[in-house]
Design a protein around this ligand. Structure first.
Ligand code: DI6
Ligand code: FE
Length: 398
C-alpha cells in the first residue's frame, strides 16, 4: 500500500525544524519511503495519485512519553482542598492524594479501567499523538499493578496508537505498608517488577524518588533488580525536593529523569554524561502552583535533550493536551517553540528508547500529524485550541 501526500509544509525534525516548503511525503505500508521537495519526487512515486494538503504543516506524530492514564475516579475535591490552603504533601499525608486514586483503581474492574483510560487516550490522540507511554502505580499490590499494565496494553488494541508501558509500583506506599517502605519494596515492588517482566507487560521501570515516596536507597535496590533483568530505567526525580534522584538515575544509564524542578548542577552534569533525557512536565508544575522552575538554561547549556509530556494523572496534572503542554513549557519555563516540538517528537522518542520514530525520514514509522497551521511555532503558540487536521498512524489515515 502506497500513499503520496503532496503540497505540504514539512517539519522533518531531523535538524532543528528541518523545514521543507512545498514538500511531499511518500508512505509505503507502515514506513516513510521518501520525504522532500515536491519537485523532486522520485519515480515511480510521482505517478501515485496525490493526497493534497494545501500547504498544511506536517510533523512526526506526537509522542506523550510520560502519562498515568490508567486510573479510576478523579480528584476534583483535592484540587479544591489545595485551593483552600492545603499543600500537595499535606493532602498526601492525610490519606488523600495518590492513595485515594489507589482505592478507586483497586475497586475498578479491568473493563471499567479500560473504558476510562481509552477516553483519556482519545483526548491525547485528538491532539496529534501517535505514541503514548502509560505507567502503573495505582494498584500497589502485585495483582493490582499487573491489572493496570494489562489494561494499558489493551488500549492499543482498541485505538490506532502505540502504547509503551512502564512499571511504577514504587509510586506510593499503600496504607497496609505505612512506615514499612522497605518491606513494600521487597514484597510488592520487586516481585511485581519480576512478574510484569516475565509476562512481557513492560518496556521500562520507573519510581517516585521523594520524601513522601521512596528514598534513593530504596530506588537503588529496585533499579539493581531492573538492571539485572535488562529493563530500561526512568525516574520521577527532584519534583518537590533535591534528593539527587537524577544522579542515581544517570548512574544506571537511565533513559530519562522526569520533573526535575529541584535538579542541581550535579544532576545536570550526570545526565549529560549518561545521555539521560530530561522529561519536563509543566502540567504538574502549573497544577501544583509550584514556584521552583526546572533548570532549563543549565540543561540546554549542558546539551541534555529535553522531552515534554502531559504527565496526565488525576492529582497533579489532569491535562490531556500535548500542544497546551508545549505552550506551558514556552510561557512558564522559557523553552523555545523549537525545543517544545523536539520535546514531543525526537526527544520524547529517545526518552522511551524508540529509534524508529520522532523524525520524518526514510524508513521511520509512518506516524504523522497534519496541522491546520503553516509554521511549527503555531503549535506552541495557541492556547488550548487543537489545530490537528488529520493523523496518520502506521501509514493509515485516521
Ligand atoms: N508525581 C506526580 O506528579 C504524579 N506522580 C508522581 O510521582 C502524581 C500522581 C498523583 O497525584 O496521582
Ligand atoms: Fe508522573
Amino acid at each position: 500500500m502506497s500513499l503520496l501526500l503532496s503540497n505540504l509544509t514539512l517539519a522533518t525534525m531531523t535538524k532543528g525544524y528541518g523545514l521543507i516548503h512545498d514538500a511531499a511525503v511518500v508512505i509505503e505500508d507502515d514506513r516513510v519511503a521518501w520525504a522532500g521537495p515536491r519537485a523532486q519526487i522520485p519515480g515511480p512515486y510521482d505517478r501515485l495519485p496525490p493526497t493534497e494538503l494545501d500547504g498544511r504543516l506536517v510533523t512526526p506524530g506526537l509522542i506523550d512519553c510520560h502519562t498515568h492514564i490508567v486510573f479510576a475516579g478523579d480528584r476534583a475535591s483535592e484540587f479544591e482542598m489545595r485551593l483552600n490552603g492545603a499543600s500537595y504533601e499535606e493532602v498526601a499525608r492525610a490519606g488523600g492524594g495518590i492513595l485515594s486514586t489507589v482505592t478507586a483503581t483497586r475497586a475498578a474492574s479491568e473493563g471499567e479501567l479500560l473504558a476510562q483510560a481509552i477516553a483519556r487516550a482519545d483526548q491525547i490522540i485528538a491532539g496529534g499523538a501517535t505514541t503514548i507511554e502509560v505507567k502503573s502505580g495505582y494498584g500497589l499490590t502485585v495483582a493490582g499493578e499487573l491489572k493496570q499494565l494489562r489494561v494499558a496494553r489493551q488500549i492499543a488494541r482498541h485505538r490506532p496508537v502505540t502504547v509503551r508501558t512502564t512499571h511504577l509500583a514504587a509510586h506510593a506506599i499503600p496504607p497496609e505498608y505505612k512506615g514499612r517502605a522497605d518491606a513494600y519494596v521487597d514484597e510488592v515492588a520487586i516481585p511485581s517488577l519480576r512478574q510484569a517482566h516475565a509476562e512481557g507487560l513492560i518496556d521500562a521501570v520507573d519510581a517516585f524518588c521523594e520524601g513522601i515516596a521512596f528514598s534513593p536507597a530504596q530506588v537503588n535496590r529496585l533499579f539493581t533488580v531492573a538492571r539485572s533483568l535488562g529493563i530500561p530505567i526512568k525516574l520521577h526525580a527532584e519534583q518537590l525536593s533535591d534528593l539527587k534522584g537524577a544522579v542515581l538515575a544517570a548512574r544506571f544509564g537511565a533513559l530519562s529523569a522526569d520533573h526535575l524542578e529541584y535538579l542541581g548542577q550535579d544532576g545536570v552534569d550526570a545526565m549529560a554524561r549518561a545521555g539521560t533525557v530530561a522529561v519536563i512536565l509543566p502540567g504538574a508544575f502549573y497544577t501544583l502552583r509550584e514556584k521552583q522552575l526546572p533548570p532549563i538554561a543549565a540543561l540546554r547549556a549542558a546539551g541534555v535533550p529535553m522531552a515534554l509530556a502531559t504527565d496526565c494523572n488525576p492529582g497533579s496534572s489532569p491535562i490531556t493536551s500535548l500542544t497546551l503542554t508545549m505552550n506551558m513549557a514556552c510561557t512558564l519555563f522559557g523553552m523555545t517553540p523549537l525545543e517544545a516540538l523536539q520535546g514531543v517528537t525526537t526527544h520524547a522518542a529517545r526518552a522511551l528508547g524508540l529509534t524508529d520514530r520522532g523524525t520524518l525520514a526514510r524508513d521511520q514509522r509512518a506516524d504523522l500529524a497534519v496541522w491546520e497551521a503553516r509554521h511549527p511555532a503555531e503549535l506552541a503558540y495557541r492556547i488550548g485550541a487543537t489545530a490537528l487536521h488529520t493523523r496518520i498512524f502506521g501509514g493509515r489515515l485516521d
